[in-house]
Design a protein around this ligand. Structure first.
Ligand SMILES: [Zn+2]
Ligand SMILES: [Zn+2]
Ligand SMILES: [Zn+2]
Length: 119
């Protein structure tokens, strides 16, 4: 099965025509590892089919329909693919950078240990 367009027995995921062009983007469902973007201006989710909300790339010509394209989701957190950073399953298991408050608390407890030491 193709992971992009979810069609069975037509082509491999790598050969999916949706990765290049989707002529009827509002009528297709993409696999969850892929995101629909406008093929012309790359805006995520594309445009709506309502006349007047077409892609600016067309110069506002209401007779031109926008076309989409499927892009693979890439994660900035685990550097994996098929999900965005916001959807990362590893998001919570990675160490978070310390907040200023946490640093201040650590500094205060470090100072306290200094005070307790015998002079
Ligand atoms: Zn496909
Ligand atoms: Zn566009
Ligand atoms: Zn990730």
């Amino acid at each position: 099965m193709c992971d992009v367009c979810l069609k069975d027995k037509e082509h491999w995921t790598d050969e999916c025509p949706y990765l290049v062009r989707i002529p009827n983007p509002m009528e297709v469902t993409l696999g969850k590892g892929y995101e629909l973007v406008c093929a012309h201006c790359n805006v995520k989710g594309g445009h709506s089919d309502i006349v007047g909300t077409q892609c600016n790339w067309w110069g506002g010509n209401p007779n031109r329909r926008w076309e989409g394209r499927a892009i693979i989701k890439v994660c900035g957190i685990c550097e994996g693919v098929l999900h965005w950073s916001a959807e990362c399953p590893n998001k919570d298991s990675l160490p978070k950078p310390k907040s200023l408050l946490e640093c201040a608390a650590e500094y205060r407890s470090w100072l306290a240990t200094k005070k307790c030491q015998a002079a």
